[in-house]
Design a protein around this ligand. Structure first.
Ligand code: ADP
Ligand code: MG
Length: 461
C-alpha cells in the first residue's frame, strides 16, 4: 500500500533497517509514518523531501528521505528502490535530481517549510552535479563537482544541528582546523527549525587519518626488522600535529561557547555514569567479568582523589582517526555531531575535553591492532610491535596537545581522569564489538587488561 504521494510506508519499515545510516538497528521497526512531503521537483522526474517518523516501541524518531520518481528505469543502485510494488526510490544517488539542492542554496530559495541558504557573504556556484561519497557513514554526503560537500543529516532532532553549530562557531573564531561551511538547508520539526543539510567546501586531496595511520602500521608490520621510529611511514610527527590541532579546536570552542567549572557533584555524576555503563555491558558480555573490579577501581579513583580541575565545554564528542582529514594545509576535524547513538540532549551536554583525547588514544590502539584481528598466526613479537606503534603515536599526540596549550594543558597531567575516560570508552567498544564484530572484541578487552594490570602494578610499587 502506498500513502501520500505514493510514499510506501509499509515498504519503508523493511527498507530503512537495511540502510547503513539507520540508527535504530537495535529494535524492530513497528511502523513508519510519513509527514506531508515537500515537492522539490514536480513532473517527470519528480523529487520530494519527506520526513518519516520511525516508530519502534515507545521510541519515535524522525528521519529524512529524498524520494524520487521517474518514468522508465532510474540509473540508481537497486538498493535505493524502496521495494516491490513501489516505483519510488531514495534519490540521493540521482544526480539529475540532487543538483537542485545546491542550486536552491545558491539562489536562497524557500520551498514550503524548507529554507535553502548560503552562509552570509558566500557566493555559491550552482549548476554542479553531485555524487554520494562511497564510504557511507552515519549520514549521507553528496560531493558537488569536487567543490562542495553537502551532508544530509538522516536522523533529525529539532534545533540547530550540533555539527553546524560548532562548525560556525569555530569558523567565526578563525579556527584553521575545520572545513569552511558555505551553506545550509533548514526545515521545521515540531514547530522548531531543524538542520536538514550542511554545505561545506570540499577538499579533494585530503586523506583521512585512519587511512594514513593504517598505512604506517602496515609498513611497520610488513618488515620485521623495522622499528616504529625508523619506518618511512612513521606517523609520530603527524600524530603530534594532530594533537596540536585538537588542542586548538578545544581552545577555540571554549573561547567561543564558554566553559563550566566541574564541582565534586558533577564529578560524582560522571563516575556514576561510568559505573552504570559498566553494569549494562558486563551483564551482556561475560568476557568482561574478570576486569570488572579493576574497572570499578579506576572509575572510583576519579572521585576519590583531589584531582587537578578540568572544566567542561563543547567538545567533538566522537573523535577518532576516521573523523580527521590531513590536507596540504594541516589537520581538519570533521563531524562534530557527537556519538551517533546518543540522545540529542546528551550530545549537547558540556563535557571534559579529555573525552576527545581519550577517544583519539583509543583510536591509535585500534589502528595498531586491526591487522592482528582474526590472525591466529601472529606471534608475540608482532603484537609487541603493534603495541609499540600505538604507544609511540599516543605519546606524540599528547605531546602535540600539551605543546599547543589546549584548555586542559598536558593531558598526561590528568592521568587518573584520562585513564578512566579511556576505559569507559573501551567498555563502550566491548558492547559494540560484542553486538557487531565479535572478532574484534579482543581489541578493547586487551586494552582494558593492559591498562588495569598497569594500574595494579603502579599501586603495588
Ligand atoms: N570537507 C570535506 N572534504 C573532503 N572530504 C570530506 C569533507 N567532509 C567530509 N568528508 C568525507 O566524508 C566523510 C563523511 O563525513 P562526516 O562528516 O564524518 O559524515 P558522517 O556524519 O556521515 O559520519 C568523511 O569521513 C570524509 O572522508
Ligand atoms: Mg563521520
Amino acid at each position: 500500500m502506498t500513502g501520500e504521494h505514493g510514499i510506501p510506508a509499509g515498504r519503508l519499515a523493511q527498507w530503512l533497517p537495511a540502510q547503513r545510516w539507520f540508527a535504530g538497528k537495535d529494535r524492530p521497526v513497528d511502523v513508519v509514518r510519513p509527514h506531508e512531503p515537500t515537492v522539490l521537483i514536480e513532473g517527470d522526474p519528480a523529487l520530494w523531501h519527506v520526513v518519516v517518523d520511525v516508530v519502534q516501541g515507545e521510541r519515535v524518531e524522525p528521519y529524512q528521505l529524498l524520494v524520487g520518481w521517474r518514468s522508465g528505469t532510474p540509473e540508481i543502485a537497486s538498493s535505493a528502490l524502496f521495494g516491490e510494488g513501489s516505483d519510488r526510490y531514495e534519490a540521493s544517488g540521482d544526480a539529475d535530481l540532487t543538483a537542485m539542492l545546491l542550486d536552491a542554496m545558491a539562489a536562497g530559495t524557500r520551498i514550503d517549510g524548507l529554507s535553502f541558504a548560503a552562509e552570509p557573504g558566500e557566493q555559491l556556484t550552482g549548476g554542479l552535479r553531485a555524487r554520494p561519497i562511497t564510504t557511507e557513514q552515519s549520514n549521507t554526503s553528496l560531493v558537488y563537482g569536487g567543490q562542495y560537500i553537502l551532508k544530509l543529516f538522516r536522523k533529525l532532532s529539532p534545533g540547530i544541528n550540533k555539527d553546524l553549530l560548532l562548525h560556525r562557531a569555530l569558523q567565526a573564531a578563525g579556527c584553521a582546523h575545520v572545513a569552511r561551511v558555505v551553506g545550509s538547508i533548514t526545515g521545521e520539526l515540531a514547530g522548531e527549525p531543524v538542520t536538514i543539510g550542511m554545505l561545506q567546501e570540499y577538499l579533494p586531496d585530503a586523506v583521512d587519518g585512519w587511512a594514513m595511520a593504517s598505512t604506517s602500521v602496515r609498513d611497520l608490520l610488513a618488515d620485521p626488522d623495522l622499528r616504529p621510529d625508523e619506518a618511512g611511514g612513521d606517523f609520530a610527527a603527524e600524530a603530534e600535529r594532530l594533537g596540536a590541532a585538537v588542542a586548538a579546536v578545544h581552545a577555540d570552542l571554549a573561547g567561543a561557547l564558554g566553559t563550566d567549572p566541574v564541582d565534586r557533584a558533577e564529578l560524582a555524576r560522571t563516575v556514576r555514569a561510568m559505573h552504570e555503563r559498566l553494569d549494562q555491558v558486563a551483564a551482556a558480555v561475560p568476557q568482561l567479568a574478570p576486569h570488572v573490579p579493576a574497572l570499578r577501581a579506576a572509575f572510583d579513583a576519579v572521585g576519590a582523589a583531589d584531582l587537578p580541575p578540568v572544566s567542561r565545554q563543547y567538545i567533538h564528542g566522537d573523535l577518532h582517526l576516521g573523523q580527521v582529514l590531513r590536507t596540504v594545509g594541516g589537520w581538519l576535524l570533521l563531524d562534530f555531531e557527537g556519538e551517533p547513538a546518543a540522545p540529542v540532549a546528551q550530545r549537547h551536554a558540556l563535557q571534559s575535553p579529555l573525552r576527545d583525547v581519550a577517544g583519539m588514544l583509543r583510536s591509535f590502539d585500534y589502528a595498531a591492532q586491526q591487522f592482528l584481528v582474526g590472525e591466529a598466526e601472529h606471534g608475540p613479537e608482532t603484537a609487541a610491535r603493534a603495541q609499540e606503534w600505538a604507544q609511540r603515536n599516543r605519546a606524540a599526540f599528547c605531546a602535540g596537545y600539551a605543546e599547543a596549550g589546549g584548555p586542559v594543558g598536558d593531558p598526561l597531567a590528568h592521568a587518573v581522569l584520562l585513564r578512566a575516560f579511556e576505559l569507559d570508552k573501551a567498555v563502550y567498544e566491548v558492547a559494540y564489538e560484542h553486538a557487531n564484530r565479535p572478532d574484534w572484541l579482543a581489541v578493547p578487552l586487551a586494552a582494558i587488561a593492559r591498562s588495569t594490570e598497569e594500574g595494579e602494578g603502579s599501586r603495588d610499587q
